[in-house]
Structure formats: structure tokens, C-alpha cells
Design a protein around this ligand. Structure first.
Ligand SMILES: [Zn+2]
Length: 378
């Protein structure tokens, strides 16, 4: 069976809408996944998350592997049951956190051809994360979409080292695919109930390396392909050409996953370049810091490469002290339906955690509305 079906394609740019059959349910692109890092979007219950229109979330393999550990999640019947979330979940490979840990403090581990050896920051225990283990753990989590272990490097390293990272990424992707097929067979998973597997295209700022990586991965064959590495340059300028080229190197019948992206503006630009799915900490992290996303003009999302379609405001600012209106009168989220700027401003000033919850809910609803607007454009 095919898990990915094209519904429509834009006449104005490279964006499209796909129907994706996952084990939990069908979903359509574009979609944005908030990060439920430790099987929770901080401070928000599932029913409030559900009300925002979220279609899928990301859980973090590295964090769950260390706490509460896989034995417990297996006993719970998988991560869906553990957290009682019925919609689709994607897990990452765990690699990104391990590499960040090792790059920050080389004493905490090392990377070899076999995998990454690292020490738990929780209890000091030693682990070896191999491509095979990354896949097995994600099967134990029981997610709908999983990602291969790759070898991410900072964009600014020399080209020769980036080339080595690309070659290792492809070799590890091959090992992941072999393990993926083994696990499907071992666990007797039917084709329609199997998770989707994503490769990750590395190559930093080098178009030729991005192409080389994509070609290597295509040969192995994946349901989807992610954009690896940072999507901004050292001055935080959006890497427009690299984003466009990488999308072009990925087969059109596969999902294009803009990993870790991003601001509403960056998402709109990636979508126009052909990327289908997104995940990022921005709406929730900003929400916890009292920053609110608000629409200015939905009509100019794709115009002039500008940010004019939205703004961010800080509700802790004194101008909201006596603003007895909702954050956004046109928003149908729980926060806007029930509370005023004044009240939420007070919650942040008084350090009451409900403030962060309400703004996070509003921001997630804003991101879902953005997905609806993008979806309407194709
Ligand atoms: Zn709202």
C-alpha cells in the first residue's frame, strides 16, 4: 500500500498537500508538531492540546530512553498509552541530543563508526547509541513516524569533515533501514500498521553535499526525508537556496520534513519551497516567556518575503496592564475565549504558572491557524 497520496499542488510555488496514512490515523499536510519532549508539552493537558487542532506531536527518544527508561514505557504499552495521546506521534533518533552533549563536554562521550557512547546526565550510566538501537527504541516507543540516527555537524565546519558526516549519515541510514525491516518482521507488523521511516539530509551549506546525501538516502529508500542541520546562517539569515535545493533533491512522492523549523515566517518560506511538515519549540518556549503570536494580515503570508503577516508581543509589557480584551478577538482558543490580556499580564507578573499555560495554548492555536492558511493556499 502507499502511505502517501498527493491531494493537490500549488500553481504559484512548490507547495503541495498530501494525505498520509499513519498507524493511528490519516493526516494531511502541511502539519506542525509541537515538542512533547518528555511525553508532555510542558504544563498543558492533552484535552487542551487537542482543542488547538494539533494533528501530531514529537517525543524525544534520548530523554525518554534515560527517564523513565524503555522498560517502563514497554510495560505501559508504548508511549501513546503511557501519555494517553491518541493522535500520531513522531520520535527523533536521539542523536541530536547525544551529539550536543558530547560537543559541549567531550568527557561525556565520543562518536565512533559504531555509534555514540555517552553518559547519562541523570544517573551517570554509560550507553552506546547505535543506528540499530535508535530504531529498536523507537519501535518500543510505538510511534507513527521515526527518524534514522544521523551524524549532524555545525554548518561552519570545513567541507572535508562535512563530507565525512554525509558519508557516515548515509552508512548509518542503511543500517537503520536494515534494522527497521528486521523489527517489522520480528514484531509481525502489517504494512498498513507500520511506522514511517525518515532519512535525514545533511551537508551543511554545501549544495553538492546535500545532493550527494539525498542521492545516497534515495537509493536506500525512505518514506520521508528531513532537513538536517541549522536552517539559518551565522547571522541568523534564512538559508533560502539551500532549503530550496534540498527540497528538490528529495523525491516528490516522499514526505519532506523541515526538522526543527521554525518561526511562522520560516515555516511559510519552507512550505513554499515544498516542505510538508514542521516541528519546533518556538510556540511553546515563547509562550512560557510571555511572548504572544498575533495575526496582522493573513493575506500576505507569501508576499515579499516579509514578516508582515504576524507580530510577536510581550504580554508582560505594562501596556497590557489594563487591556480588558482577549489576546486576539478573532481567536477561538481557550485563552482568548475565557480570559483578558489584563488577567494574563497579572499572572505573569505574579509568577503564576497559569499565565504560561494560557499563552502556550494561544500560540499553538496560532500555529494551527497558520497550517490551515497554508493548507488553503494549495
Ligand atoms: Zn487565542
Amino acid at each position: 500500500m502507499t502511505h502517501i497520496k498527493k491531494i493537490s499542488k500549488s500553481k504559484n510555488n512548490l507547495s503541495r498537500a498530501l494525505e498520509v496514512s499513519l498507524k493511528s490515523r490519516k493526516i494531511t499536510t502541511p502539519f506542525f508538531m509541537p515538542d512533547a519532549t518528555r511525553a508532555s508539552v510542558r504544563g498543558i493537558t492533552n484535552s487542551r492540546l487537542d482543542e488547538t487542532g494539533i494533528r501530531a506531536m514529537v517525543v524525544n527518544t534520548y530523554h525518554l530512553f534515560l527517564q523513565p527508561k524503555m522498560d517502563l514505557i514497554k510495560k505501559a504499552g508504548g508511549v501513546h498509552k503511557f501519555m494517553n495521546w491518541k493522535k500520531p506521534l513522531l520520535s527523533d533518533s536521539g542523536g541530536y541530543q547525544v551529539y550536543s552533549l558530547i560537543h559541549k563536554n567531550p568527557k561525556l562521550g565520543k562518536i565512533t563508526e559504531d555509534g555514540a557512547v555517552f553518559r547519562s546526565v541523570i544517573d551517570g550510566s554509560k550507553h552506546l547509541l547505535t543506528p540499530e538501537l535508535a530504531i529498536e527504541v523507537q519501535f518500543d516507543l510505538g510511534v507513527d513516524m521515526m527518524v534514522v540516527l544521523d551524524d549532524p555537524r555545525p554548518n561552519n565546519i570545513e567541507k572535508k569533515i562535512m563530507d565525512e558526516s554525509v558519508e557516515r549519515t548515509v552508512r548509518w541510514a542503511k543500517r537503520c533501514k536494515i534494522e527497521f525491516e528486521k523489527q517489522i518482521e520480528k514484531r509481525n507488523i502489517l504494512e498498513e500498521k507500520r511506522p514511517l521511516l525518515f532519512g535525514v539530509v545533511q551537508g551543511g551549506l554545501h549544495t553538492d553535499l546535500r545532493e550527494k546525501c539525498a542521492n545516497g538516502l534515495k537509493e536506500i529508500g525512505f518514506d520521508g526525508y528531513g532537513f538536517g542541520g541549522r536552517h539559518l546562517d551565522e547571522d541568523d539569515v534564512f538559508l533560502e537556496q539551500i532549503i530550496k535545493d534540498t527540497a528538490n533533491y528529495i523525491p516528490d512522492d516522499a514526505l519532506k520534513f523541515a526538522l526543527g523549523i521554525g518561526t511562522p515566517q520560516d515555516i511559510a518560506r519552507c512550505f513554499a519551497a515544498g516542505w510538508d511538515m514542521f516541528d519546533c519549540v518556538i510556540p511553546t518556549r515563547e509562550g512560557r516567556h510571555s511572548r504572544i503570536f498575533k495575526w496582522k494580515d493573513k493575506g500576505v503570508i507569501f508576499e515579499n518575503d516579509s514578516k508582515d503577516f504576524y507580530e510577536t508581543v510581550n504580554i508582560s509589557n505594562s501596556r497590557f496592564k489594563e487591556a480588558f480584551s482577549p489576546i486576539d478577538e478573532n481567536c477561538d482558543c481557550y485563552a482568548c475565549a475565557n480570559h483578558t490580556n489584563t488577567y494574563i499580564h497579572h499572572l505573569f507578573r505574579a509568577k503564576e504558572p497559569l499565565g504560561a499555560q494560557l499563552v502556550t495554548i494561544h500560540n499553538l492555536r496560532f500555529y494551527m491557524e497558520l497550517m490551515e492558511e497554508l493548507g488553503k493556499s494549495v
